[in-house]
Design a protein around this ligand. Structure first.
Ligand SMILES: *Cc1c(COP(=O)(O)O)cnc(C)c1O
Length: 429
C-alpha cells in the first residue's frame, strides 16, 4: 500500500539568494511558472479548502487582507480597530459553537493543530491544579482522532491513549471507559473525525467526563462551522457543542468550513475562568513588559483575522445555510450513485465528508484510487481500513456526474481483470 509523506526527507541546499533584486515582472513569472506545476484544480470534490465558487467572497477577503496584513495582531492593545475586529470575530465564533450556552470564550489560532495544542495545554495546566498527584498525565481518545492530538501530546508531555473505534467507525464507549485510569486527565472526541467523517458519541463522553472529573475536548475542526447550519436545515446532527454537559473545550477551523483564509482557527472554552487561569502563559521574567499572546504564536498578521471577519459578514447565516444545503444535497447524490455501482459501501456520516469502502474482495480500494488517478481524480483517504474520502465543497455539483461515470467505468474495468497498480492516498491540502 502506498502512502504519501507530508514532509520532505531531504533539504534543498542548492538554491541561493539572488545577488541583485529581480524585477516585479520576473518575480511574477517565476511564481506563475511554479503555480503551473501544480495539478489543475479539476475537481470540486477533492480540492478541499480551496473553496472555489466563492470567488466574490475571496475578493472580499483579499480586500480586507490587503488593507491590514502588515499590522501585527500580537499588539491589538495598541490598535483599537484591529482589537475590535478580533473581538467581534471571536464572539461570533463562540456564539456559533456555544449551543446556546452563555459565557463561552474563544481564542484565535493559526489552525486546527494550534487549537488542539492549546486545548491540551490548558487541560494539562488545569489538571496540575485539580489533580496535583498526577505526574504522567494522559488523554484518552478514539483511534480516529486527528494526528494533531499526538503532536500536541508529544510537545506537552501528555500521553495519548488511543482506543479502537466500533464497527460503525464511531467511538466505542466501553473501550473508552475502560481506558480511563488514575493518570487520565482528559477525554478527546471528534465532531466529526477527519478519517471517517463520523461523530463520536459526545453526550456519552460528556457524562464520562463529568462522572470522572475529566477535561473533555471536542475536536470540531472540520465540522464546527457546518453542523449548526446543517442542523438548522433540519438534518439530524448528534449533540456535540457546549450544550452537552461536560464539554470543556472545542476546536473549530475558520479556514475550513467557515471559508476563511488560512491560517485561522479558534479554540473555545466553556468559561472565562478556564481561559484566564489556564490558557494564557504570562511571562514576566525577561527585560521588557509582561508578555502574553492569544495562543502559541507571537507576532501574527492582522490579515487572516480581518479576512475571516469579512467572509463571515459577507456570507451571514443565510450564506452558510445556503452552502450547507448545497453540500448536503451533493453528498446525497454522490452517496446514492456510489451505492448503485455495487460492491462499494458508503459510510453513514452526518455532515459533508463522504467515505466509501469496498465490500468485494476483487475490488481493492487502492486499485480504484489508482484507476481514478489515471483519469485525473486525486483522492484523500484512510488506510485503516482502505477507504476513499470525499470532501464536499459547495461547488462540487458540476463534477458529480463525471465522477460517478468514471468510478463506474474503473470499477467495471477492475472487475474485468484490468489492473492499475496501487494508488496514492493523498493527505496533502
Ligand atoms: C483539519 C483537522 C485538524 C487539523 O487542522 P489543521 O488546520 O490542519 O492544523 C484537526 N482535527 C480535525 C478533525 C481536522 O479535520
Amino acid at each position: 500500500m502506498s502512502t504519501v509523506s507530508l514532509v520532505s526527507t531531504d533539504f534543498k541546499s542548492d538554491y541561493f539568494l539572488p545577488e541583485k533584486g529581480l524585477s516585479r515582472d520576473t518575480v511574477r513569472q517565476h511564481i506563475d511558472r511554479m503555480i503551473e506545476m501544480d495539478p489543475p484544480e479539476r475537481s470540486g470534490l477533492m480540492s478541499i479548502y480551496c473553496n472555489r465558487g466563492l470567488e466574490e467572497g475571496h475578493e472580499v477577503m483579499l480586500e480586507a487582507f490587503s488593507k491590514v496584513y502588515k499590522k501585527n495582531n500580537l499588539v491589538t492593545v495598541l490598535m483599537p480597530g484591529m482589537k475590535q475586529i478580533e473581538e467581534e470575530l471571536l464572539s461570533m465564533c463562540a456564539n456559533v459553537l456555544s449551543g446556546g450556552e452563555h459565557g463561552i470564550v474563544a481564542n484565535i489560532t493559526a489552525g486546527g493543530s494550534e487549537s488542539i495544542f492549546c486545548a491540551i495545554n490548558t487541560a494539562r495546566e488545569w489538571a496540575k491544579v485539580t489533580r496535583p498527584q498526577v505526574t504522567a498525565p494522559e488523554f484518552v481518545a478514539p483511534y480516529s482522532a486527528h494526528a494533531a492530538l499526538n503532536k500536541a501530546g508529544h510537545y506537552l508531555g501528555v500521553k495519548i491513549k488511543r482506543v479502537p473505534v466500533g464497527a460503525d467507525y464511531r467511538s466505542d464507549m466501553a473501550a473508552i471507559r475502560s481506558a480511563i485510569g488514575p493518570n487520565t486527565i482528559g477525554l478527546y472526541a471528534s465532531a466529526p473525525n477527519w478519517p471517517y467523517g463520523t461523530y463520536d458519541h459526545i453526550s456519552e463522553f460528556g457524562k464520562l467526563a463529568l462522572h470522572n472529573d475529566l477535561w473533555l475536548h471536542v475536536d470540531a475542526c472540520v465540522g464546527g462551522f457546518v453542523a449548526p447550519f446543517v442542523k438548522k436545515l433540519g438534518y439530524p446532527v448528534p449533540p456535540w457543542d457546549f450544550a452537552v454537559p461536560g464539554v470543556t473545550s472545542i476546536s473549530a477551523d475558520l479556514h475550513k468550513f467557515a471559508y476563511a483564509m488560512k491560517p485561522a482557527s479558534v479554540v473555545a472554552y466553556r468559561n472565562l475562568e478556564l481561559q484566564q487561569k489556564y490558557h494564557y502563559v504570562k511571562v514576566t521574567e525577561w527585560p521588557t513588559i509582561e508578555y502574553s499572546s492569544q495562543s502559541v504564536l507571537g507576532s501574527r498578521s492582522a490579515g487572516p483575522v480581518a479576512a475571516a471577519w469579512a467572509i463571515m459578514h459577507f456570507l451571514g447565516e443565510e450564506g452558510y445555510l445556503r452552502l450547507a444545503r448545497q453540500m448536503m444535497e451533493e453528498k446525497k447524490r454522490l452517496a446514492k450513485g456510489i451505492s448503485a455501482i455495487g460492491g462499494l459501501k458508503v459510510i453513514d456520516t452526518e455532515l459533508t465528508l463522504l467515505c466509501y469502502v469496498s465490500e468485494d474482495d476483487k475490488l481493492s480500494i487502492m486499485e480504484i484510487v489508482a484507476g481514478m488517478e489515471k483519469l485525473g481524480w486525486v483522492h484523500f483517504g484512510t488506510l485503516q481500513p482502505p477507504m476513499v474520502q470525499l470532501v464536499m465543497e459547495a461547488t462540487a455539483e458540476p463534477y458529480i456526474e463525471a465522477y460517478l461515470n468514471d468510478l463506474s467505468d474503473i470499477v467495471g474495468r477492475i472487475r474485468q481483470g484490468e489492473s492499475f497498480g496501487e494508488g496514492d492516498l493523498h493527505y496533502t491540502r
